[in-house]
Design a protein around this ligand. Structure first.
Ligand SMILES: Cc1ncc(COP(=O)(O)O)c(C=O)c1O
Length: 404
């Protein structure tokens, strides 16, 4: 790929101002590296918020997508899409679940999961089905998914919220048991295995197994939102696999298409037959380009052993962060698994996003105080060292300033 001419980044007067953007624009990328329109180079520790599984300009993905673009980009779900069956079969194989519905984004996958839970309840004669959701959860920005989200900032201004959600704290099985004893309308438990936007908050394996057991006893669906923490990021295909359990419903998106929008609701036998003809649909969902991106992403992940790489590089990164930042006053905790990592500080640290970019590193700050790292699964040891070398002095200098 040739570098384009230098073009300075400028504000966009016609784009709705829903994002607090940095005054810069990216022009092209290769592997874990990005270049902006002025030619400055960045190490990508964010991968488009857990999307670019294979980094940028991947030598196996790009020709496959070019081939697909020249054949078919989109048809319609009026007809069979053989690539859907190919991707569904692969997702079934790696998840141990049974059927897949394709959509395009994370919120769309979660919205579909909520519909499955509600219809599952109605089919059992529960007229007002309720879903257990979590404090600090993030499930998307549609009206139903923001209602399921546990963040008042995301909800503010959009009431009335969708009803039918009961909220509990994470990793507190007694809170779920108490609801089971008193509320006969519950149909499902819906949670992220590692909360992403909420600050990289992992569920414990013990908690996940307890929730699975309770769901079985109560006849509830276990719905695990793996939109951010799934797709190999933790070193297994899906984060819940570390606990040795299976969900009934698993919404996916982000890393599944390595940058091409692909969402999926992967279901086990208890949930797979709930939606029938006419109950759900998506114009773009499952189109040939999206499906090819998913098929090739999974194929390349296997071929290039990217689960192992995510585990090894994640361990190196966490060890490095612990070694270099762990003892700094003001550092609260380093959390995560594989290549989904949060560094919690004792104060709001949004300014680190811009400072890191200036220093040539893409990161994110979430839940106000958590530096979040989500690099591509192809990252190597030398890039991990470079990431640490850029991040360490920034965090050190930031924490050295008196807390406001
Ligand atoms: C766990 C989780 N679920 C759902 C979503 C929403 O995905 P999308 O932005 O593709 O709608 C996100 C996005 O950050 C997420 O992290």
């Amino acid at each position: 790929m040739n570098a384009p001419n230098k073009v300075p980044a400028r504000p966009d007067p016609h784009v709705m101002q829903t994002y607090g953007r940095l005054p810069m624009a990216l022009a092209y990328g290769r592997g874990c590296w990005l270049w902006d329109t002025e030619g400055k180079k960045y190490l990508d520790g964010l991968a488009g918020i857990a999307v670019n599984t294979l980094g940028h300009d991947h030598p196996k993905l790009v020709p496959a997508l070019q081939d697909q673009v020249s054949k078919l980009i989109h048809t319609s779900n009026y007809y069979q899409v053989p690539l859907q069956e190919q991707l569904a079969a692969k997702l079934v194989e790696i998840s141990g679940l049974s059927n897949v519905f394709f959509c395009s984004t994370g919120l769309e996958a979660n919205e579909g999961a909520i519909k499955i839970a509600r219809k599952f309840g109605h089919d059992k004669g529960i007229d007002k089905p309720e879903i257990i959701v979590y404090e600090k959860a993030f499930h998307g920005r549609s009206i139903a998914t923001l209602s399921a989200t546990g963040n008042t900032k995301v909800q503010a201004g959009f009431g009335p919220l969708v009803e039918g959600f009961v909220r509990v704290p994470l990793n507190d099985i007694a809170a779920v048991q108490q609801i089971a004893e008193t509320n006969r309308n519950v149909v499902a438990v819906f949670l992220e295995v590692i909360q992403g936007e909420g600050g990289i908050n992992p569920t414990t394996s013990e908690y996940l197994r307890d929730v699975r057991k309770l769901c079985d006893e109560q006849g509830w669906l276990l719905m695990l939102d793996e939109v951010q923490c799934g797709m190999g990021r933790t070193g297994k295909w899906f984060a819940h696999q570390w606990a040795g359990i299976k969900p009934d419903v698993m919404p996916l998106a982000k890393g599944l298409g390595s940058g091409v929008p692909v969402g999926a609701i992967v279901c086990g036998p208890k949930a797979a037959g709930v939606l029938g003809p006419g109950n759900h649909g998506s114009t773009f969902g499952g189109n040939p380009l999206a499906m090819r991106a998913g098929v090739e992403t999974l194929r390349i992940m296997e071929e290039d052993k990217l689960l192992e790489n995510a585990s090894r590089m994640g361990a190196l990164l966490r060890e490095g962060l612990q070694r270099e930042l762990g003892s700094l006053p003001g550092l609260v905790e380093i959390r995560g698994q594989g290549l989904i990592i949060g560094v919690e500080l004792d104060r709001n640290c949004g300014e680190l996003l811009g400072q890191a970019a200036q220093a040539g590193l893409m990161i994110s700050v979430t839940a106000d105080r958590v530096v979040r790292l989500l690099p591509a699964l192809i990252i190597n040891e030398s890039e991990i060292k470079q990431l640490l070398a850029i991040l360490r002095p920034l965090v050190k200098a930031f924490l050295a300033k008196p807390a406001p």
